[in-house]
Design a protein around this ligand. Structure first.
Ligand SMILES: Cc1cc2nc3c(=O)[nH]c(=O)nc-3n(C[C@H](O)[C@H](O)[C@H](O)COP(=O)(O)O)c2cc1C
Length: 300
């Protein structure tokens, strides 16, 4: 029985990974989760210089999910390389670094800096709704998606995952643009822009006014988008958005995802990723399926 999957020549022990920003670099979680059991750890977004993030409050609960406007707080690439990468190297898992920036130059700087580091894949976040410049501004315009993908590919030594925004009318347009720019893998979806109002204080709950909606509330949108993108491009897809358990993960795989990321669920149950790996194993056994890859995009 095979759980191994391949993303642009990188073989993962299984298709289950963490979603950027919900697992740090794995340190805090390592007392709950055996990182050796995960297909990959995807780190929190890292920029060329430290970012302070947005003012608080920047997290709010919603029905079936949460809003966040963390604003890509991160210590910058130098601290990340010295502190986080040596920690991750100890484990038998793939390391995927999520990269953020305010300009193409920022992204390129981080990608160049990581060229000779022990990093397996790079995930380029062009879809964060919580930063004023960069982020989502790149991710909503097909022309700029293609351009930034091309610039990043020019300097990258690792395969490139472009992380797509769901805050668009037709996600297949940005997916095709990333493919045209030379992306190796696509990941989707990032959060959906949302808002919550405190009726007693008559003000916005988040200091940033808007935030990114994640969790089970967004899963049907995410599954639909993975299905659409899988049928529009010829690239492997990492599916995410509200995955809480093995059934959710299987939905994404059947819709066309080669691998899956677990985000918000980590906050409710830090062991979710490991439980999904075990659940996939059991599902294959029970249904006498030899290879997880035979399920990818099976539902047409
Ligand atoms: C608190 C928080 C922080 C996040 N930070 C990042 C980030 O740094 N980079 C990124 O690409 N996505 C980030 N995301 C988006 C997630 O990686 C994921 O795309 C999204 O939350 C949908 O998956 P989920 O419903 O399983 O959480 C963040 C999400 C949350 C909830």
């Amino acid at each position: 029985m095979n759980l191994k999957v391949n993303l642009a020549g990188v073989e993962l022990n299984n298709p289950v990974m963490t979603a950027s920003g919900t697992f740090g670099s794995g340190m805090e979680y390592s007392s709950f989760v055996d990182l050796n059991q995960l297909g990959a750890v995807v780190t929190k977004g890292v920029a060329n210089v430290p970012w302070p993030g947005n003012p608080t409050p920047r997290i709010a609960e919603t029905y079936g999910g949460m809003l966040n406007a963390v604003g890509l707080q991160n210590p910058g690439i130098d601290v990340f390389v010295e502190r986080d990468l040596p920690f991750l190297k100890q484990y038998d898992t793939k390391v995927i670094v999520n990269v953020c920036g305010k300009s193409t130059k920022d992204y390129v700087e981080v990608v160049e800096r990581l060229a000779d580091e022990a990093v397996d894949l790079l995930e380029i976040n062009i879809s964060c709704p919580n930063v004023k410049e960069g982020g989502i501004a790149f991710g909503q315009n097909p022309k700029s998606v293609e351009e930034i993908t091309r610039e990043v590919k020019r300097v990258a030594k690792q395969p490139i995952i472009m992380k797509l925004s769901p805050n668009v009318t037709d996600i297949t347009e940005t997916a095709k643009a990333a493919e045209a720019g030379g992306a190796d893998v696509l990941s989707l979806i990032n959060t959906l822009t949302g808002m919550k109002i405190d009726v007693n204080r008559r003000c916005f709950v988040l200091a940033n006014k808007t935030g990114g909606l994640s969790g089970p509330a967004i899963k049907p949108v995410a599954v639909r988008m993975v299905y659409q993108v899988a049928n529009a491009v010829n690239l492997p897809i990492i599916g995410m958005g509200g995955i809480m358990n093995v059934e959710d993960a299987l939905e994404f795989i059947l819709a066309g995802a080669t691998a899956v990321s677990v985000g918000t669920a980590n906050f409710a149950n830090p062991c979710t990723t490991m439980e999904i790996v075990q659940g996939l194993q059991k599902y294959l056994e029970k249904n006498k399926i030899d290879d997880i890859n035979s399920l990818v995009g099976l539902v047409k």
